[in-house]
Design a protein. Structure first.
Length: 430
């Protein structure tokens, strides 16, 4: 399905909410499924990725129901999962694949995980290596370091793992496997990646601790006898809010309030980057609930300037780089995005896909090994046919670019937004 986008000159005024956070939604199903009792989840994101997570656990005998917009997950405890009959289909979701692999390494049955064409090209040695060090029996079936993955029953040992990448998926896979190990497990990251697993594990009764160490941040988990059901209220997804924040920043006269957005420090780097660019953002009604910080975000149209986005900020805004690149194309001066080589191993190579599509719209952009350099264009961008290569973040970022570009923009295969934000184009039209 191609989506056509016309230039929009009317300001964005009023209030909105965005759907629940994808990372937290995945984890609420996973922990609910291995806990004893019934977990209830409100504001769960019904995006394709999180539905893939639900389907995988249903296939392992977990009862997951929806009533009045509340999802309930009835887990049978840490050892309550049953051997799946068929292949566990993880779709487009790296989070499902990597976190679930950590859990599956601790089970006493065989399982196979496989995804779509994009997922089956993404690197899995980053989890195969540490999980194998723990004694896990996990292999890439095609021996190419990618899914499909086959996992067999094994006894797990605790390890101290120094992660090469700041990746919450790697960290979480190891910590979840650590629940099933014979001794404590730790993961050290140079820069702390999103910490939703640690926060939620505590809510389910897990014993997790975090400390600053010489090498960065070390997160430790002790083997658990059981986890216990909890109640999770998922905050709005800052990654989804980012597109509308960007639209309001770019369209003159806009003043938009986005309510109930997750602003966990390890996730909210986008807000810091926008502030560095001179964006007018105000946080209102900030509070912490279930360990996760949230707030309403008031955003007003702003004249943006170029900046450097790199270093420690990168893990906290990694999924927002496509939309930051769009903002940079409209900012005054040069924006350098660096230390973001991880972009190459997402749903697409996001350095190439962003740069190619920005160039199509007439932007001044140069890809680099670990990011890109963008020089803002006073005359603005011109509408174009955008090929997001089935990458939801690229489709949404360029829909916003199309809103302010001259002429018409067409987003090819726009339905790929279903992965993280199925109602995106409905919100967009409103
Ligand atoms: O743990 C998570 O929920 C996620 C972690 C990030 O990936 P990495 O762990 O590969 O950095 C992010 O890009 C992804 O959208 C969701
Ligand atoms: C990279 C993403 O997700 P995942 O790794 O779960 O596929 C994303 O949502 O941008």
């Amino acid at each position: 399905m191609n989506v056509n986008i016309e230039k929009q000159t009317k300001p964005l005024l009023g209030e909105m909410v965005v759907p629940g956070d994808k990372s937290i939604s995945h984890r609420s199903i996973m922990l609910g499924a291995i806990a004893k009792g019934t977990t209830s989840i409100t504001n769960f994101l019904k995006g394709a990725d999180c539905i893939a997570t639900i389907d995988c656990f249903r296939q392992m005998g977990v009862t997951i129901e929806e009533r009045n917009d509340i999802i309930t997950v009835t887990g049978g405890g840490l050892r309550g999962l049953k051997q799946p009959v068929g292949i566990l289909e993880v779709g487009n979701s790296g989070t499902t694949t990597r976190l679930l692999s950590g859990i599956l390494c601790g089970q006493n049955f065989k399982s196979i995980l496989s995804g779509d064409a994009s997922l089956n090209k993404r690197p899995m040695n980053r989890i195969i290596n540490p999980l194998s060090q723990m004694g896990g029996d996990i292999v890439s079936i095609k021996k190419n370091g990618c899914a499909p993955l086959e996992i067999n029953a094994a006894k797990l040992h605790g390890i101290d793992y120094l992660s090469k990448v700041s990746s919450a998926q790697v960290k979480s896979a190891v910590l979840l496997a650590g629940l099933y190990a014979d001794a404590p497990t730790s993961v050290t990251e140079k820069v702390l990646s999103r910490n939703h697993t640690e926060i939620m594990l505590k809510a389910f009764g897990g014993n997790v601790s975090t400390e600053d160490t010489y090498d960065g941040t070390t997160i430790s988990v002790t083997p658990a006898d059981e986890l216990y059901a909890s109640e999770i209220d998922v905050p709005g997804d800052i990654s989804s809010a980012a597109y509308f924040i960007a639209a309001a920043l770019l369209i003159p006269g806009s003043e938009l309030l986005i309510k109930n957005v997750g602003i966990n420090d390890t996730r909210a780097g986008f807000l810091q980057a926008v502030l560095k660019m001179g964006g007018d953002l105000t946080l209102l009604n900030a509070l912490t609930s279930g360990g996760e910080a949230k707030a309403d975000i008031l955003v007003r149209h702003s004249k943006l300037k170029g900046t450097t986005i790199g270093g420690k900020l990168i893990p906290s805004l990694i999924d927002e780089i496509p939309i930051l690149a769009v903002l940079a194309a409209y900012a005054e001066g040069e924006t350098v995005i660096k230390d973001a080589a991880e972009l190459k191993v997402k749903e697409t190579n996001r350095i190439d896909t962003v740069c190619d599509n920005l160039k199509n719209m007439g932007a001044f952009v140069t890809p680099t090994e670990d990011g890109m350099i963008i020089t803002g264009k006073e005359a603005g961008l011109t509408g174009a046919v955008i090929d997001p290569k089935f990458d939801h973040r690229i489709a949404m970022a360029f829909s916003i670019a199309g809103l302010i570009a001259k002429g018409e923009t067409t987003i090819k295969d726009g339905h790929c937004v279903d992965v993280s934000f199925p109602e995106f184009f409905t919100y967009f039209k409103q």
